[in-house]
Design a protein around this ligand. Sequence first.
Ligand code: ZN
Length: 169
Amino acid sequence: MSILCPYCGKEAALTTGNMIYPTRPDLAHKKFYRCRPCDAYVGCHGNTDRPLGTPANRELRGLRNRAHATFDPLWKEGDKQLFNDRTGAYKWLSEQLGVPRSECHIAMFNIDQCKKVVELCGRAHTPSADLIDLERRVDELRGEQPSASLLNTARAASYEARGMGWGAW
Ligand SMILES: [Zn+2]
């Protein structure tokens, strides 16, 4: 398989984990495509020589890691989980980014796409939390016979939060 380095356009060499991560014996036999002059590399699926995505330099690797760190908790079990499974989460991500599902893999993303993932996933919880808070405030205001204008302000803010595209949650 011929994998080109996206930075210099030359062919990336197939190598193994021990050449890239000397301190990670668990990765020693994993395959990687690397362009040494550009310090760009990408791992492969399982034990195959099929790359997970495109070779990435240090900056892009860092951003891909950050993207995974913000995206993965949305489908993994825990207090940040919003999706039942990975498939559902990637479907949502592909819609949000406007990237076809088949190309929607963090290992394929460029810097801008990774930044967008971090932003999207970071925001994913906030609106719903805001919404609950605002609705509680509306309820409180109702109990206190608030003025119409005060109630409308709280409602408008609540609708605004819904309008951010997270209404389905
Ligand atoms: Zn290169």
